[in-house]
Write a protein that binds this ligand. Structure first.
Ligand code: KIV
Ligand code: ZN
Length: 515
């Protein structure tokens, strides 16, 4: 019997700490449902003490998801632990993950605490968390730069206090595989009560080594990996779930453990996360990139046709790539629509919500001949965006462009029930439209990113636009999809502006700053 490797997904917590990746409660619940279909063992739903919104999101996930353990993050403070315990109450299986920094630089400069005090806080937080659940995880933050002797002391103390998962984070992505693996082995061997806990790792990707470090840890005894879909996360991100899972599965000969993941759900889940956060997947990304299974070179194609194993170490269909991609069209009925949506993980709670989605689908099918899975996912994201509170709403947009003439745009925006018209000129019609919108809403934000991505192929494909805006250190991403990329751009810009103006501040768990 192989050991079980626990997959702890932190897309909704650490992934969301990535600037601009913040998600609404409903979006988080949608992703949590996709993670449940993927059969992850633990979903870290958020940091309940960060804001009332984060608290509600964790609570909503705890209410909805029944097949995974739901986890909430808490600093080693009574108030944080209590908030996490409260938010997790509806969960059938709940875990509190508490942490405190242990590296010399963090203890001295960030916490301004003596090592002994840090141990006291850690032990106290673990004991307090046990009032809410017997499933308590402890992380010594910045373990990758902490002293090994000190790690042994604090970890022994928290196991004695009742922690049953010890997570070793490489918070700043400083470790390298052989050394990190050695650290894990040493901790397991040196800590006298280590047999009472599962050792876990949580690696950041600053040197591009997050997956390699995680796998090295697994080879050295770690039996939980914390990871995110598409490797989403702060700075260079976290270890990518799909890469860790497929490495362990493909190299069964090397790893003495296996995961319970339903790998056929990987691509769906990856697309959903990309769609909701507006973070595109690079084409050459392992497992989930559009080119991950494409064999361009003639010699490779020849080999694959003769015997696919000549160049393929995994099967595209095993991670959820579909060969028959065309799904629905203008003549598809409600039942076909509903069942395809269900396969994509979208369930309609009421007939009314099904009817609304079906109406949108018909509108799209009138303009676009073939509707692909990606179109359906964009449709649902659009509906979710429109159902959010809106500070400013697009009423109409008219653009003109002609060779040799300056492109112009006229726009009408609704604010506080009042329709306001504006106009702008620019280098192109998109530029003119954004200027026309800004002439009305005047956010004063700076544009950090504008990108257009074809959802599918063909000139009638929907364009999916991502806009990233920054103001006063707050960074938000907005998205919009439409067959017309000028309209998609206006929608994306307004979506970002709405998030910027409406989103209330929340605290970053590790830095304490507002995000
Ligand atoms: O990177 C990190 O150290 C973390 C901890 C809170 C586990 O995210
Ligand atoms: Zn982290």
């Amino acid at each position: 019997m192989k050991d079980k490797l626990i997959i702890f997904d932190t897309t909704l917590r650490d992934g969301e700490q990535s600037p601009g990746a913040s998600m609404t409660r409903d979006e988080k619940v949608r992703i949590a449902k996709a993670l449940q279909r993927l059969r992850v063992d633990v979903i870290e739903g958020g940091f309940p003490a960060a804001s009332p919104g984060d608290f509600e999101s964790v609570q909503a996930i705890a209410r909805t998801i029944k097949e995974c353990t739901i986890c909430g993050l808490a600093r080693a403070l009574d108030s944080d632990v209590d908030k996490a315990g409260e938010a997790l109450k509806p969960a059938e299986r709940r875990r509190i993950h508490t942490f405190i920094a242990t590296s010399p630089i963090h203890m001295e400069k960030k916490l301004q605490m003596e090592p002994e005090q840090v141990i006291e806080y850690a032990v106290r937080a673990v004991k307090r968390a046990l009032k809410y659940t017997d499933d308590v995880e402890f992380s010594p933050e910045d373990a990758g730069r902490s002293d090994e002797d000190f790690l042994c002391r604090i970890l022994e103390a928290v196991i004695d206090a009742g922690a049953r998962t010890l997570n070793i984070p490489d918070t700043v992505g400083y470790s390298v595989p052989a050394q990190f693996g050695n650290t894990i082995r040493n901790l397991i061997e040196r800590i006298p009560n280590s047999d009472k806990a599962v050792f876990s790792v949580h690696c950041h990707n600053d040197l591009g080594l997050a997956v390699a470090n995680s796998l090295s840890a697994v080879l050295n005894g770690a039996r939980q990996v914390e990871c995110t879909i598409n490797g989403l996360g702060e700075r260079a991100g976290n270890a990518s779930l799909e890469e860790v899972v497929m490495a362990v599965r493909t190299r069964k000969d090397v790893f003495a453990c296996s995961t319970g993941i339903d790998t056929r759900e990987i691509v769906n889940c990856s697309k959903l996360v990309s769609n909701i956060t507006g973070f595109p997947i690079q084409p050459n990304k392992a497992i989930v990139g559009a080119n991950a299974f494409a064999h361009e070179a003639g010699i490779h194609q020849d080999g694959v046709l003769k015997n696919r194993e000549t160049y393929e170490i995994m099967r595209a269909e095993d991670v959820g790539w579909k060969t028959n991609r065309m799904v629905l069209g203008k003549h598809s009925g409600r039942n076909a629509f509903r069942s395809r949506m269900n396969e994509l993980g979208v369930e309609f709670d009421t007939e009314e919500s099904l009817n609304q989605a079906f109406f949108r689908f018909k509108q799209l099918a009138d303009k676009k001949h073939e509707i692909f899975d990606e179109d359906l996912q964009a449709l649902i994201t659009e509906a979710a965006v429109e159902s959010e509170d809106e500070w400013a709403q697009l009423v109409s947009l008219k653009v003109s462009c002609e060779t040799g003439e300056v492109p112009e745009a006229r726009v009408v925006i609704c604010r506080n029930g009042e329709e306001i018209a504006g106009a702008g000129v620019g280098g192109g019609v998109v530029d003119a439209s954004i200027k026309a919108i800004e002439s009305i809403i005047d956010t004063g934000a700076s544009l950090q990113l504008y990108s257009v991505n074809n959802i599918t192929s063909g000139t009638d494909a929907q364009g999916e636009v991502t806009v990233r805006l920054e103001k006063g250190g707050k960074i938000v991403n907005g998205q919009g999809a439409d067959i017309d990329i000028v309209i998609a751009s206006a929608k994306a810009y307004l979506n970002a502006a709405n998030k910027l103006m409406l989103r209330v501040g929340r605290q970053h768990p590790q830095t304490g700053s507002d995000v």
